[in-house]
Design a protein around this ligand. Structure first.
Ligand code: KIV
Ligand code: NA
Length: 279
């Protein structure tokens, strides 16, 4: 498979070919996503919950993100890789954001970065893109701001709110984003925003009118830890947790019953050597 580049993504957008995006957080999850033909692999800060067991994304720090980015980069041969700037690593100034973005490229081996926010982040996005680092925007529901949003709430449900999401999307486009994630907005609003933009929209909980879709891998493969709340927009395409559970249970039972390991799982020793040894 040929490497997915920014021009390739632009070409897909121009042709109306949907852009497929999925998260990965380590070597195996990136390997399978790349092999399955994903266009973009995102090391989302959702790894705070799905890989590190944290309560929300506010706890994860740059060094932790970079460790995961490096492991994803090692497994990714074709997909375009994006690292998610964690809360606290980019909001203070465009300079702080650029420093963090550079670390994601140099230490995290990512091709681009994602950051949350609209109009207010425009100077920051401009600074990073001018340094030659592709930026994926993220508007609508921005989970890092859950406390000021009053939780994980759908955005753009009123005229005023929908206009704000549109303004934010236009602002990050103007600032240089190559694409923008639209999270948790009504499908009609997302479709109109998509029509008004000249960069791809990547929807999550934003309906079928976007230029592409993104999902958290452990959610859509059914590999989430029990107790994780799965948003309404997730479609569970697999039961990886159930498959692992059945395998581990079978292993436990076979160890207890001494069925495992069988002869074929062992190394043989020449009979003569064995006779000498048992003397
Ligand atoms: O952190 C994440 O996984 C994300 C995507 C779901 C867009 O931000
Ligand atoms: Na994120």
């Amino acid at each position: 498979r040929k490497q997915v580049t920014l021009p390739k993504l632009r070409d897909m957008y121009a042709k109306g070919d949907p852009i497929t995006v999925i998260t990965a957080h380590d070597f195996p999850s990136a390997h399978v996503a790349d092999a399955a033909g994903m266009d973009v692999i995102l090391v989302g800060d959702s790894l705070a919950m799905v890989a590190l067991g944290m309560e929300d994304t506010s706890e994860v720090v740059v060094e932790e993100m970079l460790l995961h980015c490096r492991s994803v980069a090692r497994a990714t041969k074709a997909a375009f890789t994006i690292g998610d700037l964690p809360m606290g690593s980019y909001e203070i100034s465009p300079g702080q954001a650029l420093e963090t973005a550079i670390r994601f490229v140099k230490e995290g081996r990512m091709k681009g970065i994602k950051l949350e926010g609209g109009k207010e982040m425009a100077p920051t996005i401009q600074r990073i893109t001018e340094a030659g680092i592709p930026v994926l925007g993220h508007v609508g529901l921005t989970p890092q701001r859950q406390n000021s949003l009053g939780g994980f709430r759908v955005q753009g449900k009123t005229v005023a709110s929908a206009l704000r999401v549109l303004e934010d999307a236009l602002a990050v486009q103007e600032a240089g984003c190559f694409a923008v994630v639209l999270e948790a907005v009504p499908p009609e609003v997302a479709a109109i925003i998509t029509q008004k933009l000249s960069i791809p929209t990547i929807g999550i909980g934003a309906g079928n009118g976007c230029s592409g879709q993104v999902l958290v891998q452990v959610d859509m493969t059914g590999n989430f830890p029990p107790g994780r709340t799965i948003p309404k927009f997730v479609k569970k395409y697999g039961d990886v947790w159930g498959e692992s559970f059945r395998a581990i249970e079978a292993y436990r039972d076979e160890v207890k019953s001494r069925q495992y390991p069988a002869q074929e799982h062992t190394y043989s020793m020449p009979v003569k050597e064995l006779e000498g040894f048992v003397q």
